[in-house]
Design a protein around this ligand. Structure first.
Ligand SMILES: [Zn+2]
Length: 168
């Protein structure tokens, strides 16, 4: 199979991988030349390729999420993963916080940047005709009622411990 290149080091198939989708037989096709394809190209050009150039290999942990998949993993109904505007990723050997702060300080085209639970970075680009919001957030789990954990989003790129203290 011919791989479809998005930028120097990124390929379309990296954004189509999902164990949940495979298990449930969900179609992960992204139409070549379509809007979703264009969104991923912008995501690579404006954020992921610069990160790759600076830090080294990047591992995409979640890219495209068709509605069915998004529902199964309980994603937000307005998730930018639905339209290929967002990706979750890690850079082996570097903390997500370090990488997120580098994006904040060196990339201009990102829309929403989230340091998620100290585990990975979520980053998105705006739709092609919109301005990037350059929002910076940290997601953390707080213990709520009946021992249930609830997710809180705190402004800024901070450690999860600091986010929990600030939100408590
Ligand atoms: Zn995400």
């Amino acid at each position: 199979m011919k791989r479809i290149q998005l930028s120097k080091n990124f390929y379309l198939d990296e954004f189509q991988r999902s164990q949940t989708a495979t298990r449930h037989g969900i179609d992960m096709t992204i139409v070549e030349g379509g809007v979703f394809h264009a969104n991923l190209k912008r995501l690579c050009r404006d954020v992921l390729q610069p990160v790759r150039n600076h830090f080294g290999p990047v591992s995409i942990t979640s890219g495209y999420r068709p509605a069915k998949l998004n529902k199964l993993i309980k994603g937000s109904k307005t998730s930018q993963h639905l339209t290929c505007q967002a990706a979750d990723f890690v850079v082996p050997g570097h903390t997500p916080l370090e990488v997120a702060r580098w994006i904040r300080d060196n990339c201009k085209g990102y829309d929403q940047l989230i340091h998620e639970f100290g585990e990975w970075v979520h980053v998105s680009v705006p739709q092609h005709n919109q301005l990037p919001r350059q929002m910076n957030l940290t997601a953390a789990k707080l213990s709520g009622l009946f021992g249930r954990l609830k997710t809180v989003y705190v402004t800024g790129l901070i450690s999860v411990e600091t986010a929990i203290k600030g939100a408590a």
